[in-house]
Write a protein that binds this ligand. Structure first.
Ligand code: SF4
Length: 760
C-alpha cells in the first residue's frame, strides 16, 4: 500500500495562530492558582471545527461562549479565525471584556473591503453560505446589508447590478470562478474580489489531483468543518472510495483489505498535525502490518511533509500577505490593548505587530485605550519587521504627527480656525505651544499671548491655550500663532451676542466697574452700561459712591439702548421698593433712630435717616432746654439720635424728637435739667407778669393824667368862648340860629364829655 499525503494538510496559518493565541492566553491568565476573582478565558464560538482540539482547550480552561453576555468584565474572549460581526466586538468591549482578536488576516481583509464599500454606499454581495460564522461575520461589517450568492441562478439574478462582491475564504474555488465568470458578463458594474484563501485553493487543487490518482481518499477533519467537507466533495467526484474521518477510530478498516492500493490523505485546515500522524500510524499498525517497512518510510515522509507544510504555509502567507519593510506606513487593525498601554495590531503580515506605549502618541500621558479600541483601523510605521520574538515593532506617533501636519499645512482655512494647545515652555520672545492635534509646536510672540501686557510668561507654562495661526512655514515646519487674536475675536463675538439679546426693559445682573461723579458704569456680561446718578436711588444723592461700591453685584434694568453708538442707559432705583412705601415698617413710632443733620431751618433741623428719607426735629424737640435757635443745640453734620414720634407716609413726613432720645439715654440728668428749666421758665414768667402789671399801672396813670389835662383844656376853651360871646352879640334871627347852633354845640360838647368819661 502506498500512502500519498497532500502537501497542504493540517492546521492552516489562521487556525494555528488562533489556537496558539488561545493557549498563550490561558497560560498567562491561569499561571497562578485560580480563585474567585480570576478572569476566565473564552472563545467566541468553538475556536475550530475540531472536537479534539476543542476538548484540549477546555481541559486548560478555555471554553466557548455563544453570546457576549456569557462573559463578564475582565474576562478574556478570543475571537476565532472566522471573525465576528462588528457589533459583537463592540458589545464585548463595552462590557469591559478583554478581546483577543484572532481573526485570520485573510478574513479581516474581507471585512475591510465590505466595510469600505458599505461606507461608500455600494451594494455588497457575498458568495458563500449565509449561515457560516465567517459569512455572518463579514455581513456584520457591512451593516448586515449583503446579498448572498450560492448558485448560478443567484449569480444570474445580479444582471445590471453594481457594487462589490467577495467570497467566503473556504468556498470551492472552481465553483467560484464559474460564478464570477457569469457575474462579470451580466453585471460589469460589480467589482469582484477573489478572496478565496490561498491555503484553501491549494488544498482543493491537491485534493482534486490526488483523488484522481488514488484508490482510496481519506479526508481528515471534522464533519462540521466547511473546508473539510468541500475537500470531501472534491475527492468524491474523482474517487468513489472517499472517507471522511475526524480521528483514527472513525476509519473503516475494510478499505484496506487490498494491499496494492494507493491511499491519498488530505486534511482540512482545522485538523491538527497530531491527528494526521496518528491516522497514518493507525493505518500502518492495523491494516498494513506486512509492509511496515514501507509504511514507516511513508510515515516519516508524512511527518516531514507536515513540517514542510508548515514552512510552506508561512511562505505562502509571506507571498500573499504584506511584505513590510522598515519605515513603511501600514494600516492595521487593533487586536488587543494591554493594561500597560501596549497595542497589538494585525498588519496583515504573518506576525502581529505591537506599538509600545511610548511609541503610541507624542503625549506620554495619553492612554491608548482612550483613543482607540479593538477593531479600529490605525496607521502605523514599521520600526522593525521582526523584533527577535516574531513580532513587528510599530510606531504610531510619527505617523500621527506627519498626518496631522499634512492636514494642517494643506488646510486652506487654517488661518480662520482656532487651535487648542498647551503651553510647553517660554523661549526668547514668546512661548511654545504644543497643538493638541499633534501637528506642530506653535510659536506665540509675547505680544500675542494675551490682550494685556504680560510681564511673566512663565505663568502660562502647562496651561491650555487657544490660538489662531498667523503664519505657516511649510519648509521649516514652523507655525506662528496668536492667542490675542482669539481673545479679541471671542470678545467681539460675545459682545455682539450680548447686544443681540439686549432689549429695553430687560432686567439683568451686573457688576459695578467704575464710579464717576455722574453715575456708575456697570458690566452687564461683557458690555458696560451707565446708571446715571439720578437713577442710583429714589432720593437725591451727591455721589454714586453713597449707593455703590466697585465690584458690587447689582440688579439693573435697561432703560435705553443706542446700539449704533454702543450706549446703554441702566436703571437701578426702579428695581428697589420706593422708600416711603415701607418707611413705617422701618421707622415705627416710638423707635429710636440715628441720622445726620443735613439742614437747619428756623423751625427745626432735618435729619437724614437714609439717602431718600429725612426726618424733622422741631425746634421744641432739639434738646432738653428750650432754645431760640436750633444751632444752640445742634449743627449741620452732627450725628444725632432721635425718637420717632410721628410718621405720615402719605405726606412723607417723619417727626423726630432728640429731646426724647436724651431723656431715654439719661433720664435722671434729663429730669434735673428739665426741672431747672421749668423753674427758670416759671421765674421768668413771674417776672414778666410783674412787669406787665407795672406797665398797666403806669399806663392807667398816664391815661388819667391825660384825661385831666383834656378836661382842663376844655374848661379853658369854654371860658374863653363865653367871654367872647359877652363881648359882641349877633342880630335876632341870626342870634336865634346862632343860639340853636350854640345849643347844639353845647349838646355836642356834653356828649363829648360823656364819651371821654366812657373811655374811662
Ligand atoms: S483557511 Fe485560510 S482564511 Fe481560513 S483560517 Fe485558514 S488561512 Fe485563514
Amino acid at each position: 500500500m502506498e500512502i500519498r499525503l497532500a502537501k497542504h494538510a493540517g492546521f492552516c496559518f489562521g487556525v494555528r495562530r488562533a489556537v496558539e493565541l488561545a493557549r498563550e492566553t490561558a497560560e498567562k491568565v491561569y499561571k497562578e492558582e485560580r480563585g474567585e476573582g480570576t478572569p476566565r478565558v473564552f472563545t467566541y464560538g468553538e475556536l475550530i471545527h475540531n472536537k479534539t482540539v476543542v476538548d484540549e482547550l477546555a481541559a486548560i480552561g478555555v471554553t466557548a461562549i455563544e453570546s457576549p453576555g456569557e462573559a463578564g468584565a475582565g474576562d478574556f474572549v478570543i475571537i476565532r479565525s472566522h471573525g465576528v460581526p462588528e457589533s459583537v466586538g463592540q458589545e464585548l468591549v463595552s462590557r469591559g471584556i478583554k478581546c483577543i482578536d484572532a481573526t485570520c488576516p485573510f478574513v479581516a481583509h474581507i471585512h475591510e473591503i465590505v466595510s469600505a464599500a458599505h461606507a461608500a454606499g455600494e451594494n455588497v454581495f457575498i458568495v458563500g453560505e449565509p449561515t457560516h460564522p465567517e459569512v455572518i461575520g463579514i455581513n456584520g461589517h457591512c451593516g448586515n446589508s449583503a446579498r448572498f450568492i450560492r448558485t448560478e441562478e443567484d449569480a444570474q439574478s445580479l444582471r445590471s447590478e453594481t457594487g462589490c462582491l467577495v467570497v467566503q475564504t473556504t468556498f470551492d474555488y472552481d465553483k467560484f470562478t464559474k460564478l464570477a465568470g457569469i457575474i462579470a458578463d451580466i453585471a460589469p458594474g460589480i467589482t469582484v474580489h477573489t478572496t478565496v484563501c490561498p491555503t484553501t485553493r491549494e488544498r482543493q487543487a491537491e485534493a482534486e489531483e490526488l483523488s484522481r490518482s488514488c484508490d482510496i481518499m481519506l479526508v481528515l477533519g471534522d464533519k462540521t468543518s466547511s473546508n473539510t467537507q468541500k475537500l470531501k466533495k472534491i475527492c468524491e467526484k474523482n474517487c468513489s472510495r472517499t472517507q471522511n474521518a475526524a480521528k483514527p477510530s472513525e476509519i473503516s478498516l475494510d478499505l484496506f483489505e487490498k494491499r496494492d492500493i494507493i491511499v491519498g490523505v488530505v486534511a482540512g485546515a482545522s485538523t491538527p498535525d497530531s491527528i494526521i500522524r496518528e491516522v497514518i500510524n493507525t493505518m500502518n499498525e492495523q491494516g498494513m502490518a506486512e509492509i511496515n517497512e514501507a509504511t514507516e518510510n511513508v510515515t516519516a515522509e508524512a511527518a516531514q511533509t507536515i513540517e514542510e507544510n508548515v514552512v510552506f504555509d508561512d511562505n505562502a502567507i509571506d507571498q500573499t500577505l504584506r511584505q513590510p519593510h522598515c519605515g513603511q506606513i501600514l494600516s492595521g487593525k487593533v487586536i488587543q490593548i494591554s493594561a500597560d498601554g501596549e497595542v497589538s495590531v494585525n498588519v496583515s503580515y504573518k506576525y502581529d505587530g505591537y506599538i509600545p506605549r511610548e511609541e503610541f502618541s507624542n503625549d506620554p500621558e495619553l492612554d491608548p485605550a482612550t483613543v482607540c479600541k479593538v477593531g479600529d483601523t490605525i496607521d502605523v510605521e514599521v520600526l522593525k519587521v521582526n523584533d527577535g520574538e516574531n513580532r513587528v515593532l510599530l510606531s504610531r506617533k510619527d505617523v500621527e504627527r506627519q498626518k496631522a501636519w499634512d492636514e494642517f499645512a494643506k488646510d486652506p482655512d487654517v488661518s480662520e480656525k482656532v487651535f487648542d494647545g498647551v503651553c510647553k515652555e517660554v523661549i526668547k520672545g514668546g512661548v511654545l505651544v504644543a497643538l493638541d492635534n499633534g501637528a506642530a509646536m506653535a510659536f506665540v510672540p509675547a505680544s500675542q499671548v494675551s490682550t494685556r501686557f504680560v510681564q511673566d510668561l512663565k505663568q502660562f507654562v502647562g496651561k491650555p491655550m487657544r490660538l489662531k495661526v498667523l503664519e505657516v512655514d511649510t519648509k521649516r515646519r514652523r507655525v506662528v500663532g496668536s492667542c490675542k487674536a482669539v481673545l479679541v475675536k471671542e470678545a467681539e463675538e460675545a459682545e455682539k451676542a450680548i447686544w443681540d439679546k439686549l432689549e429695553v426693559g430687560m432686567k439683568t445682573t451686573g457688576t459695578v466697574r467704575r464710579l464717576t461723579n455722574f453715575g456708575a458704569f456697570v458690566d452687564i456680561g461683557g458690555v458696560d452700561g451707565l446708571v446715571h446718578i439720578t437713577q442710583c436711588a429714589w432720593g437725591k444723592i451727591k455721589d454714586p459712591s453713597e449707593v455703590f461700591t466697585p465690584n458690587q453685584k447689582i440688579d439693573v434694568i435697561i432703560r435705553e439702548l443706542d446700539k449704533e453708538n454702543k450706549k446703554i442707559s441702566l436703571g437701578y432705583r426702579e428695581l428697589l421698593p420706593k422708600p416711603w412705601t415701607t418707611a413705617d415698617e422701618r421707622y415705627p413710632v416710638g423707635s429710636f433712630v440715628e441720622g445726620k443733620v443735613v439742614r437747619i431751618v428756623p423751625f427745626g433741623a432735618f435729619v437724614s435717616l437714609e439717602p431718600t428719607i429725612d426726618g424733622l426735629i422741631h425746634i421744641s424737640q432739639v434738646g432738653l432746654k428750650r432754645v431760640s435757635k436750633v444751632e444752640d443745640e445742634i449743627n449741620v453734620g452732627d450725628r444725632v439720635r432721635c425718637k420717632v414720634i410721628e410718621i405720615d407716609t402719605a405726606k412723607r413726613r417723619i417727626s423726630l424728637s432728640r429731646r426724647d432720645a436724651l431723656i431715654d439715654e439719661n433720664p435722671e440728668e434729663a429730669a434735673e435739667i428739665i426741672a431747672r428749666e421749668r423753674e427758670q421758665r416759671e421765674r421768668e414768667r413771674a417776672e414778666r407778669q410783674e412787669k406787665r402789671v407795672q406797665e398797666e399801672q403806669a399806663r392807667r396813670e398816664n391815661q388819667a393824667a391825660a384825661r385831666e389835662e383834656r378836661r382842663r383844656e376844655r374848661g379853658e376853651r369854654q371860658e374863653r368862648r363865653r367871654r367872647e360871646e359877652d363881648y359882641e352879640l349877633p342880630p335876632v334871627e341870626s342870634a336865634t340860629t346862632s343860639l340853636a347852633s350854640l345849643l347844639g354845640n353845647i349838646v355836642v360838647e356834653e356828649n363829648g364829655e360823656n364819651n371821654e368819661g366812657g373811655e374811662n
